[in-house]
Design a protein around this ligand. Structure first.
Ligand code: GZL
Length: 321
């Protein structure tokens, strides 16, 4: 007869309470966490994966980790596999906001708690997850907008902007656009000439920036990139077009990964808004609380700041990702 995890737990607990087994036998049962990761599309994602793996090891959890290569169907498959394996907790960073309710209902029916990390999902039923921990992407977009408004406060003519959006349908892409536009719409001199997805990757960011330069050329005053990887790709395109990044074209980006600090120190990127990937410790703490039956807030917001190029050299040695 195949004992499933829950039956085994009950048997172990009964045996331990009955004095038949040392409590350590029960204490030794590892918490099993199933984690479905978006992919490996950016420096941010790599640092996020490292944080989760290191923190799970530190916590003594068994981590079942799946890389979805930025495909929603792979994440749904992974979540179903975690359900079939009867893991203790499921956590994931949803590659896009919609299309999750069916599989989340399956997890709920299997009585497996779900934690959303980094990105959230579109659902009216907030019983489908225990908590969502991650950055406030709208505020990150506002920070980018406020920095630009301040930098251009004495600029009399139009400020022509091109925008490299993140993955279509993803929470960071939707919200970073929303926050940025909320701030710049106050002054009609700010005009977004072109806006297109670079899918959060360097390669696509370069490719799309080449197209922007071909279409708009020297009219472009500002690039707003939803992440540093796309900004770094765009910087290559700007240089290949014979223009000076951060001088001929002001560049604003988000994440504040190592590559962004290197670009700012080289004088090629003007500012990066911090978006911390170091969610591992917070996630493991949440898993422990869930297993201990402790309540968790529905929303846990990551605290973060903004780094203009002027402070990059001083800050760089302190950076952890
Ligand atoms: C933001 C995260 C985004 C990063 C990108 O929390 O989801 O995805 O900004 C990453 O670098 O690809």
């Amino acid at each position: 007869m195949k004992l499933n995890r829950r039956t085994l737990n009950i048997a172990l607990a009964a045996a331990s309470l009955g004095g038949l087994l040392p409590a350590t036998a029960l204490a030794q049962k590892k918490i099993v966490l199933g984690f479905s990761q978006v992919g490996a599309e950016s420096e941010w994602r790599t640092a996020n994966t490292e944080s989760i793996k290191a923190s799970a090891k530190e916590a003594g959890f068994e981590l079942k980790f799946s890389d979805a290569q930025q495909k929603q169907e792979n994440q749904i498959k992974a979540i179903r596999s975690f359900i079939a394996q009867k893991v203790d907790v499921i956590a994931f960073s949803p590659v896009v906001e919609s299309g999750w309710e069916t599989v989340l209902r399956e997890a709920k029916a299997a009585k497996i708690p779900v934690v959303l990390t980094d990105r959230s999902v579109n659902t009216k039923d907030d019983t489908l997850f225990v908590t969502f921990m991650g950055s406030d992407f709208v505020e990150e977009g506002r920070k980018a907008g406020r920095w630009l408004v301040e930098k251009m406060k004495d600029q009399k003519g139009d400020v022509n902007i091109v925008e490299l959006q993140g993955t279509v349908g993803s929470a960071p892409a939707i919200d970073r656009k929303k926050g940025f536009e909320e701030i710049i719409k106050a002054d009609p001199k700010f005009k977004i000439l072109r806006s297109q997805t670079g899918d959060f990757t360097r390669a696509k960011g370069k490719e799309v920036m080449e197209a922007f330069l071909k279409a708009e050329g020297k009219k472009i005053n500002v690039l707003y990139a939803h992440n540093d990887d796309m900004a770094i790709g765009a910087i290559q395109a700007i240089e290949e077009a014979g223009l000076k990044p951060a001088k001929d074209i002001t560049i604003i980006s988000i994440d504040a990964v190592k590559g962004a600090f290197e670009a700012m120190i080289a004088g090629k990127l003007n500012v990066s808004v911090e978006c911390s990937p170091l969610l591992g410790p917070q996630l493991m703490s949440a898993v422990k609380d869930i297993k201990a039956g402790k309540p968790l807030p529905k929303r846990i917001v990551t605290e973060e700041t903004i780094f203009p190029m002027e402070v990059a050299a001083k800050e760089f040695p302190n950076r952890k990702y």
